[in-house]
Design a protein around this ligand. Structure first.
Ligand code: GLN
Length: 551
């Protein structure tokens, strides 16, 4: 097993995840089967209890793991499927060690960070690295490990120490350390500053890890002088100082790294042969150029809750982008704060209200993504109503399906005050109810989570066609509420048909409105399985309909 460890310095948000994923692509194109592990030094067991507005989206895995969004990057870049064990957190490591301690596994010993926590981390990595993550079912040849946070943080210290020890466990010839840093450009002549990188490498080396490759994030390509200076001060050969300058789209990153010799560096360090056939990288280049070449615009209005962190909806954005590449359009997402479509704002801030409505009306398609809590719900219901009545393509994901159902019950079936028990616990007309099996006492990992099968119940409908007329779909879930089974018949007889239900035939999974160009909702989150060259079918449907392409 070959390991590539990606650490980061200076500041967070440098694109370590994209670097790690791109290295994975290079390894894969060299003919290796690649898997990935993300280490998150926070104390939460998983990302499921964290706010997406602070931490970025919660990425859901097949086995129901609620993980950091970087696992989504790995899945999309490497076309693999990971499990919850591919995301290691301080919370998980300590839980496991404490459980063993209670069981008596360390009987007689004082349980300590070194060696017990650090051994646990290393054992975990070795165990998970061998688990197949692609369709071959064969064990991987290489594992990319990304350490979250910044080297030097208190929280990440046990992980850095584990990785330091790990190089001796697996042999120096089987592990490559990549450190991602920042080279700011300052002053009137745009001088590339190396000091922050010098400091972070010094810190890393002080902890016993000598980087083999330095990936330097900067606005512009590194000049030779900078490269040489970094090489001299950071004890890395000049050719191992890689310039990760800004590029027009992320698909260029693996290509940019390959052109600077990263594949060669990896193959020398880890002692594997590079394949002559470069098809995978050639395909990436074609895709990267295709993305650049798109000109004609398609606009999708995203009606949700925002705090300015677009990472909160990362997979949804990716799924829209993948679909836009497929229909050959340049995607513009208009972010609409759903609150601003509500009547109250018409009074308090008429300009904002008008602007928001104008944006909604000018969009080619409307998307209501997943969400929790009652803020902005009425605005989303208004957006769903507008899309239904004006035959504007609409996709509702999870909460978006529930919203469309509430709207339909209120305005088509005339069920006054129809609502979800999530927003009005004692509502007289609960159209969306709490699922009976869900815990009311524990929040972490207790939703209906992960991949479940949804059989289609209707022979011919748009969404089934989009899925290639399959008998069923396997998509990922994350919810606590569902459409009230008692109302299904009534809703369906008025034209909103639940064309896919779960295997019991009770739980609504996919809805499609009759006599509408595209009005679809899914209780699951199709965005998590979208791939650059295999866009998620419900999203592709939205984009096709938004471009006037028949489905
Ligand atoms: N809040 C809703 C539920 O729990 C929708 C969840 C979601 O959109 N992921 O059912």
């Amino acid at each position: 097993m070959k390991y590539v460890v990606v650490t980061g310095g200076v500041l967070s948000g440098l694109g370590k995840g994209v670097t790690a994923s791109s290295i994975g692509v290079l390894l894969k194109s060299a003919g290796l089967r690649v898997t990935a592990i993300k280490i998150d030094p926070y104390v939460n067991s998983d990302a499921g209890t964290m706010s997406p507005f602070e931490h970025g989206e919660v990425f859901v895995l097949d086995d129901g793991g609620e993980a950091d969004l970087d696992l989504g990057n790995y899945e999309r870049f490497l076309d693999i499927s990971l499990s919850k064990d591919n995301n290691i957190t301080t919370g998980k490591v300590y839980s496991s060690v404490i459980e063993k301690e209670r069981r008596g596994d360390y009987l007689g010993k004082t349980v300590q960070v070194v060696p017990h926590i650090t051994d646990e981390i290393q054992n975990w990595i070795e165990r998970v690295a061998c688990v197949s993550s692609d369709s071959s079912s064969l064990p991987p040849d290489a594992c990319v490990i990304e350490l979250g946070g910044t080297v030097g943080d208190i929280e990440s210290a046990p992980f850095v120490e584990s990785l330091r020890q790990f190089q001796f466990r697996v042999g120096r010839e089987n592990i490559c350390f990549v450190h991602v840093s920042l080279v700011p450009v300052m002053g009137p002549v745009g001088e590339q500053k190396t000091k922050p990188t010098q400091h972070t490498v010094k810190e890393l080396r002080g902890l016993g890890i000598i980087p083999d490759i330095l990936v330097c994030r900067s606005e512009v390509p590194l000049i030779d002088e900078t490269r040489e200076k970094l090489s001299a001060f950071c004890h890395v050969s000049p050719e191992a100082v890689i310039s990760a300058h800004d590029v027009v789209n992320i698909y260029h990153v693996p290509i940019m790294m390959d052109k600077q010799g990263v594949s060669k560096l990896l193959s020398n360090k880890l002692n594997f042969k590079l394949k002559k056939d470069r098809k995978l990288l050639d395909d990436w280049e074609i895709m990267a150029n295709h993305v650049n070449s798109l000109e004609e615009i398609v606009t999708i209005a995203m009606v949700g809750k925002y705090t300015g962190l677009s990472d909160s909806y990362l997979s949804v954005i990716k799924a829209l982008q993948h679909s836009s590449y497929s229909v050959g359009r340049k995607l513009i997402i208009d972010w609409i704060e759903s609150n601003n479509l509500e009547d109250e704002v018409k009074v308090s801030n008429p300009e904002l209200y008008e602007d928001s409505w104008r944006m909604l009306k000018e969009a080619d398609g409307i998307l209501v993504p997943g969400g929790f809590g009652s803020r902005g719900i009425e605005g989303k219901i208004k957006a769903a109503k507008y899309a239904r009545e004006n035959k504007v393509p609409y996709l509702g994901v999870c909460l978006g399906l529930q919203i469309a159902t509430i709207e339909f019950c209120r305005n088509v079936l005339g069920i006054e005050n129809a609502n979800s028990a999530e927003f009005a616990e004692d509502t007289e007309n609960p159209v969306i109810i709490f699922m009976p099996e869900i815990s009311k006492t524990h929040m972490g990992g207790t939703m209906r989570l992960g991949t479940k099968s949804t059989p289609f119940l209707v022979d011919d409908c748009k969404i089934r066609r989009l899925y290639g007329n399959k008998s069923h779909v396997d998509e990922r879930h994350r919810h606590r509420y569902e459409v009230n089974p008692e109302l299904i018949e009534k809703i369906e007889s008025a034209g909103l048909v639940f064309v896919g239900k779960d295997e019991t035939g009770q739980r609504c999974e996919i809805m499609e409105l009759k006599n509408h160009p595209y009005y679809v909702g899914t209780q699951y989150h199709p965005e998590f399985k979208s791939r650059p060259n295999r866009p998620s079918p419900p999203f592709l449907g939205l984009l096709k309909a938004a471009c006037g392409i028949e489905i």
